[in-house]
Design a protein around this ligand. Structure first.
Ligand code: NAD
Length: 492
């Protein structure tokens, strides 16, 4: 039972500030400060700052952990995954509170939706592995069988938005497939990963099967992804970082998946339920717009523009900026002053470019981290504000006359993560669903996702697919076993 060297008390929840390597808490001499976006004057923790030595130690531990973990029976691994899911459920309130203080997501949403979803990810993958049947068939005088072998140590690198849930989405299939993992959470929101390490320890995982290293991407992150002993890399973050990780992965011929940014269209046809569409459009401001899947480009059929705008303004005005722990709050703070400055710069450049700021475009009450819901009507579809991911509470509004124009606008950026369509016409729903180039397209809804469905992006929104069997295949070395018919005897 490892004793934590350094813990900090965050509103009654004890959080280790050390790495978790080989089943032990490991401190670094160097640390980095974590502040709360809910009150930037409040320091939450000094976290251990990993470097190349820590990365080396974590990879070595994961190699040892892999030997044990990969040789357990799937049922033994599954028992531990189910146990971990139960422990997450039991500590959901603590994890939600710490994550809320760490990165400002709405507390209710974390408690009710995202943390339970994290537990579900572990259950779901344990179940999927338990139900898995190796595919076999005969052809050309042989028996063919497809076998999944655990691939080796996997590195999981996550961003600062919804970090707990997003990490479990990757950790669960990696572990269920039999791989040891090293999780490197984002330096702006590292705390919930440390709580997860406590739960893994409590569940009784073998040492080194699950490791967490804290620190900056360019330091410990870059060292992890460059280590040739790492056999899978699963990354969520920006396209810029994905390019760097891709180069490291290519050097070692290591498969990697990348879930990247988005600039999703939210298309509203005249035949749609306009109030429902406008309400969903206003909901894109939630979590301060820091949602990769958000429909940030509103594309509205010209004939219903005024009707849509009246309802959209109505629903936007209902937002309440404030402390994410308050159930009345619907619009949370930005993660970090540097990030908000980036969002502000986008809007300032849009102003200079001649794009029209319809509403918003300022900080709320001159606060450090809250930004008004902002709508921009671009001068042209080439405007930066339309083409680049902002990751803040900033939407653009454009109109179209025909379905063909809507498709052209929807598909006019380099991204392709998600799309949202509002229409009541079945045939149009099918046509648009097929025509919009994105990994996930929702019609008359948003963010509903079956865990067995593939998830990922077209274009610069990603490489590879995660979810269900897609993740298990990614984390496995797939083998084809062919046995000549009639050449072997005895029970199989
Ligand atoms: P980021 O790319 O800056 O950082 C993501 C992670 O990569 C962090 O843990 C960071 O420390 C690490 N990192 C940075 N440089 C590295 C390097 N050289 N080597 C290894 N690791 C490195 O992204 P962010 O700002 O944390 O997150 C926001 C981005 O993530 C947005 O673009 C958003 O759309 C995207 N995102 C995508 C999804 C999705 O599922 N597609 C989900 C959430 C967020």
């Amino acid at each position: 039972m490892p004793i934590s060297h350094n813990r900090t008390n965050i509103d009654g929840v004890m959080v280790s500030t050390d790495h978790f390597i080989g089943g032990e808490r490991v401190p670094s001499d160097d640390t980095f400060e974590v502040r709360s976006p809910l009150d930037w004057n409040r320091k939450l923790a000094d976290m251990s700052r990993g470097n190349a030595d820590i990365a080396e130690r974590a990879v070595s531990a994961s190699v040892t952990g892999f030997r044990v973990w990969s040789r357990l029976k799937p049922q033994e691994r599954n028992d531990l995954l189910f146990r971990l899911a139960d422990l997450i459920d039991a500590r959901a309130d603590d994890i939600a509170l710490v994550e809320c203080l760490d990165m400002a997501m709405l507390l209710e949403s974390l408690k009710l939706r995202l943390i339970p979803r994290g537990a579900l990810n572990f259950r779901n993958y344990a179940q999927l592995v338990a139900e898995h049947q190796e595919r076999s068939w005969s052809s050309r005088g042989t028996q063919n069988r497809i076998i999944r072998d655990p691939a080796g140590p996997a590195v999981v690198i996550t961003p600062w938005n919804a970090p707990f849930m997003l990490s479990t989405w990757k950790l669960a299939p990696a572990l269920a497939a039999g791989n040891a993992v090293i999780l490197k959470p984002a330096e702006w929101a590292p705390l919930s990963a440390s709580l997860l390490a406590d739960l893994v320890d409590e569940a009784g995982f073998p040492q080194g099967a699950f490791n967490v290293v804290q620190g900056f991407g360019g330091e410990v992150g870059a060292a992890l992804v460059s280590d040739p002993r790492v056999r899978r890399i699963s990354f969520t973050g920006s396209p810029e970082t994905a390019r760097l990780i891709g180069v490291a992965a290519a050097r070692n011929i290591v498969p990697f998946t990348a879930e990247l940014g988005g600039k999703g269209p939210l298309v509203v046809f005249a035949d749609a339920d306009i109030d429902a569409a406008a309400k969903k459009a206003a909901a894109q401001f939630e979590d301060s717009g820091q949602v990769c899947l958000a429909g940030t480009r509103l594309l509205v059929e010209s004939s219903v523009r005024d009707r849509f705008m009246e309802r959209f303004v109505h629903h936007t005005q209902a937002h309440v900026c404030g402390d994410s722990r308050d159930p009345a709050t619907t619009l949370s703070a930005a993660i970090h002053p540097e990030h908000l400055a980036r969002v502000e710069d986008f809007v300032e450049r849009a102003r200079e470019n001649g794009d029209r700021i319809v509403f918003g475009g300022r900080r709320v009450f001159d606060s450090k981290l809250w930004y008004e819901p902002t709508l921009v009507e671009p001068k042209s579809n080439d405007s930066e504000i339309v083409q680049k991911e902002i990751f803040g509470p900033v939407l653009t509004l454009q109109t179209f006359g025909t379905e063909q124009q809507a498709i052209k606008l929807a598909n006019s950026t380099q991204y392709g993560l998600s799309g949202i369509i509002y229409t009541r016409d079945t045939a149009r729903a099918q046509r648009m669903g097929r025509a919009v180039r994105a990994g996930t397209v929702w019609v008359n809804t948003f963010l509903v996702r079956d865990l067995s469905a593939p998830f990922g992006g077209y274009g610069i929104s990603g490489i590879g697919r995660e979810g269900g069997d897609y993740s298990l295949d990614f984390h496995s070395d797939l083998k084809t076993l062919q046995i000549l018919d009639g050449s072997v005897f005895g029970p199989a």
